[in-house]
Design a protein around this ligand. Structure first.
Ligand SMILES: O=C(O)CCC(=O)C(=O)O
Length: 365
């Protein structure tokens, strides 16, 4: 049974941060093993990953008409999906002006007085609205962030009355932005399908086609934190859906991606989208593509805003490895399951359940 209300009164992290506290409440203090190993003390990551970065794909090379450049970009994307589960795209077609507008409008929302935001306070049955925690476990250790979560697709779930009405431009800006990002998602699915040796429309069809797929937006707001070495903005996780198109903050780093035993702080190219493979594409690709853990560290001097568009398969379709990717040497690593069943399973079983479903695959190949 899913809980209808939060197990404890909700505290807004932004309110805590702005109250001027110099030490964080105990409920945000992570066990030592989960704390950031290289907390950032400024905008620049101070970790030892100076030369490592998430691969960058120039989408102009994919559509510019030069076959050699296209081949090279496709190869780079394929390697990134297999080795990192993440890549960045530039020249992606989403206007930089629209990106600027959507960021500014959301910052304006988060900087409204608390009463304006509380109108949208969310509950754990749908998570839609203004929130400050994920999960309903009583006494859980919380993340240092607030967020706003909304549905854009399918149209049956889109309810603009649940989107912020202030600033007044925000609803239209969300609509324009989401439309462009979903279009970009469609192009990326085509490229991934081709790279996997499938027909160009394979993944989009497996997601339920343009009218069946799901798209929802989570806008993450990470307030300044007086003790960034003790907590996380977002705990380590892989995304349950299909793929995520993330617009990180251009001026404050914070996202870390797991690479083997290390956490690599992403060096984000301004205005680029960071694309990551989520669990359902890992399943459809029979674990050729990896849904990789990531987390967010926080900053003592700067707040940070990111927009994560979760691009998901239709909840009622069976998701399973593409039969073209199942061979005698590489048998199907997952049993068919709908995305709705998967979500329910991991909600009920928590991370342990997810580990059983997803991570066991990597030990089999
Ligand atoms: O804020 C970020 O950079 C990452 C956000 C994220 O991983 C998420 O919303 O699931």
């Amino acid at each position: 049974m899913l809980c209808q209300d939060w197990p404890e009164p909700i505290t807004r992290v932004q309110t805590l941060s702005e109250s001027g506290i110099t030490s964080i409440p105990e409920c945000y203090i992570k066990p030592e093993s989960q704390r950031p190993t290289n907390p950032i003390s400024s905008n620049k990551a101070s970790s030892n990953d100076e030369d490592i970065n998430i691969p960058i794909i120039d989408m102009q090379n994919l559509y510019g008409g030069d076959e050699r450049l296209r081949e090279a970009a496709l190869r780079r994307m394929s390697e990134a999906c297999r080795e990192w589960g993440f890549f960045q795209v530039v020249n992606h077609g989403v206007s930089h002006e629209l990106i600027k507008s959507v960021r500014e409008a959301w910052l304006e929302f988060f900087n409204q007085p608390i009463e304006v935001k509380e109108v949208y306070a969310n509950l754990p049955n749908t998570y839609e609205g203004y929130g400050s925690r994920l999960g309903v476990k009583k006494g859980a250790i919380l993340d240092w962030s607030d967020y706003f979560f909304l549905h854009y697709m399918p149209s049956s779930l889109k309810d603009q009355s649940k989107w912020p009405s202030f600033p007044t431009s925000l609803r239209n800006t969300i609509d324009d932005y989401s439309k462009e990002v979903v279009k970009l998602g469609g192009k990326i699915l085509e490229l991934m399908s081709l790279n996997l040796g499938l027909s160009q429309d394979y993944l989009l069809n497996a997601f339920g086609g343009e009218s069946g797929l799901g798209a929802c937006l989570r806008v993450n707001f990470y307030p300044k934190c007086p003790q960034p070495d003790l907590t996380l903005g977002l705990s380590s996780h892989s995304d349950p859906g299909g793929m995520t198109l993330l617009l990180p903050d251009d001026s404050v780093s914070g996202l870390q991606v797991r690479k083997g035993e290390d956490w690599i702080t992403v060096k984000h190219v301004p205005n680029a989208f960071l694309i990551n493979i989520a669990d359902q594409i890992q399943i459809m690709s029979n674990a050729i593509y990896k849904s990789v853990d990531h987390r967010v560290i926080v900053n003592p001097n700067k707040e940070r805003l990111s927009l994560a568009m979760f691009y998901n398969p239709n909840g009622n379709l069976l998701i399973q490895p593409a039969k073209e990717l199942v061979t005698k040497e590489r048998p199907a690593l997952y049993s068919p399951m709908t995305f709705n069943e998967y979500r329910l399973y991991i909600r009920t079983m928590g991370l342990k359940g997810k580990a059983q479903l997803v991570e066991s695959s990597t030990s089999q190949i």
